[in-house]
Design a protein around this ligand. Structure first.
Ligand code: P6P
Length: 343
């Protein structure tokens, strides 16, 4: 079980990370610097996300992004911000973004480090115009070696090998939730001081929930087991003796974060509504695996309907997977029904 890191509410993320370094003998400070770089990127994105609706009213804000170009579509902007900052952090040797087909190496003329990062710069970005919460998801591994930096094998890793994982949620406030294997901790950005302050220390997801999250419009395309698993939560056969509440934002980070705090299960099963997504929609490396690491560190669980997400070795950089994630008892029940071991 992850050690309980007890820090007082209101601790800044920097203080928190430095305290963790003291308590984690293997900590080198490199992770602290890497997370600090991610935080700067998130602050830049949070600023633009909060102005998104004004571009049409006020026209382009006149701001330019780090490359001196006009602010483009927000997910493209987010992608460029993280690539630019990560490549110059001196802590990575290569990176992979959901927005980019192949691995991105750190240019030879820039200092390299021993980490690699896989990220989805702005998940749920189609919701921006409706002011619905969206997020950035990241997954951090040790590189397999300097000669392996840009190799695809360096990225086709099991989720259980992750060093750290987290997400930024750009919602009513901007929140960072991360784990480095020592529990799950949440920080809320106080824009008046520009600091992420510890707001959710040692998050533990309720062992059994009351909420299920799934896009019901695909029910026509679910197979028999999927229908049975989802109907369990809509029936009076579950532990509540009545249907779970349905909540589905359509933004993984928002749905996951709510279920992490309140308890519940998010399901994106394989279905045939889109032949390209017959193995599920969510990406294993930059969405399912980091969220699974967080869920398990918070006492929850994550499977693909058959096996633990963190045990799956990716075969492709953008491999998609079905995802059942959240409160442990709910995920175990859904997985058992998917496997025909329960009704
Ligand atoms: P659908 C956003 O596009 C995303 O990847 C997740 O954030 C979200 O949970 C899911 O897809 C929504 O997909 O098919 O329900 O619109």
């Amino acid at each position: 079980m992850a050690n309980k890191i007890k820090h007082k509410m209101g601790t800044t993320i920097t203080e928190h990370l430095l305290l963790c370094e003291d308590e984690c003998p293997t900590a080198t400070g490199q992770f602290t610097r890497l997370l600090s770089e991610l935080i700067i990127g998130a602050k830049l994105i949070s600023r633009e996300v909060n102005k998104a609706g004004l571009v049409d009213i006020l026209g382009l804000t006149g701001d330019v992004n780090v490359q001196g170009e006009k602010v483009r579509k927000l997910d493209d902007f987010a992608d460029q911000v993280f690539i630019w900052r990560m490549q110059r952090s001196g802590l990575l040797c290569a990176l992979s973004s959901e927005e980019n087909e192949s691995v991105i190496e750190v240019p030879e003329n820039l200092p390299r480090g021993n980490y690699i990062i896989i990220f989805d710069p702005l998940d749920g970005s189609s919701n921006i115009d409706a002011n619905v919460s969206i997020g950035t998801i990241f997954s951090i591994h040790h590189s397999l070696g300097t000669s392996e930096c840009g190799s695809i094998e360096n990225f086709l890793r099991r989720g259980s090998e992750q060093v750290a994982a987290g997400y930024f949620l750009y919602g009513s406030s901007t929140i960072l939730v991360y784990t480095a294997g020592q529990g799950v901790h949440g920080f809320t950005l106080d824009p008046s001081v520009g600091e992420f302050l510890l707001s959710h220390p040692n998050i533990q997801i309720p062992p059994q929930g009351k909420i299920y999250s799934v896009n019901e419009s695909y029910s026509l395309y679910w197979n028999e087991q999927t229908t049975a698993a989802i109907n369990y939560f809509k029936s009076d056969r579950n532990h509540l003796g009545k249907p779970y509440t349905s909540r589905y934002v359509g933004s993984l980070v928002a749905d996951f974060h709510r279920n992490l705090l309140y308890g519940g299960i998010y399901m994106y099963p394989a279905d045939s509504h889109d032949p390209r997504l017959s193995h599920g929609k969510l990406r294993l490396l930059c969405e399912a695996a980091p969220m699974a690491f967080i869920a398990e560190q918070g006492g929850g669980a994550a499977t693909n309907g058959a096996q633990r997400i963190l045990d799956i070795k990716a075969k492709d950089l953008h491999e998609r997977t079905p995802l059942f994630i959240g409160s442990r008892a709910d995920v175990e029940m859904a997985t058992a029904i998917m496997q025909g071991k329960n009704s």
